[in-house]
Design a protein around this ligand. Structure first.
Ligand code: HEC
Length: 211
């Protein structure tokens, strides 16, 4: 008799514990689902205004429409002036998303959400009917920088840097590079908020007007 009632009591305790456990698990699942939805919605809200998108793992999806953005400048580091292989070969055509471009024109400052794309293009021929020089060949690579306080809170200046490769086919998505790989050199040598405006007369002219 005694053992039977102990067993019943034990069973009772067990079922109470299982119910509590079940409730905890269900609330946990609901909470994490809610959090996932919240993050997804926040990403969507950001993406609606952003010229670029990120995947769920925070990787930047390779932007596509940038050749229709605003043109900023074209530094050129030909391989033959850099021991046969420049770190960023060769023409660097730089584009800026139009909203940030307009903002820079008005204020002389980089908008939160600015995206700069540097498209690498090989030197094709060195002779044209206009004379000897460096003339653009083929698209070869893509680098991107983005300023975002929400996404890159811990990066100096809130700038993050992405590389999609220096050879086609390019990567479909890219993680932000470690700060030492890109940000530090920009921080140390660029004229205006991590951007090399000293090589972009278009932006320098805007800056002068905005002052
Ligand atoms: C040793 C210095 C140095 C390092 C390291 C460096 N950059 Fe730059 N970057 C420059 C210079 C100088 C320019 C402008 C002139 C040019 O393009 O050659 C530039 C320009 C850019 C631009 C165009 C917008 C701007 O800020 O002027 C992008 C985008 C960019 N770099 C991406 C990257 C990425 C991605 C990395 C890391 C993989 C990187 N950079 C590493 C020196 C550096």
């Amino acid at each position: 008799m005694k053992t039977r009632s102990t067993t019943i009591r034990r069973l009772g305790i067990l079922s109470v514990v299982s119910v509590i456990l079940a409730i905890l698990i269900v609330t946990g699942v609901i909470n994490s689902e809610n959090n996932r939805l919240k993050t997804a919605r926040a990403n969507q809200a950001e993406d609606a205004n952003s010229p670029v998108t990120f995947d769920d793992g925070g990787r930047l999806i390779r932007p596509t429409g940038y050749r229709k953005w605003n043109y900023v400048g074209t530094p050129v580091t030909p391989n033959d002036m850099n021991g046969g292989s420049a770190p960023f070969p060769e023409f660097h055509t730089v584009y800026m998303n139009p909203e940030a471009f307009d903002h820079y024109e008005k204020t002389g400052e980089f908008l939160d959400g600015t995206v700069l794309v540097k498209e690498l293009i090989s030197v094709g021929t060195k002779e044209a009917s206009s004379g000897a020089g460096y003339f653009m060949g083929e698209f070869i690579g893509l680098e991107v920088s983005m300023k975002s306080k929400a996404r890159f809170e811990n990066e100096p200046g809130n700038w993050a840097y992405f590389s999609f490769g220096h050879k086609y086919p390019l990567r479909e998505s890219a993680n932000a590079q470690p700060t030492v790989s890109c940000n530090e050199c920009h921080d140390g040598s660029a004229d205006d908020d991590f951007v090399f405006t000293q090589y972009y007369p278009v932006l320098r002219a805007f800056k002068k007007e905005a002052e």
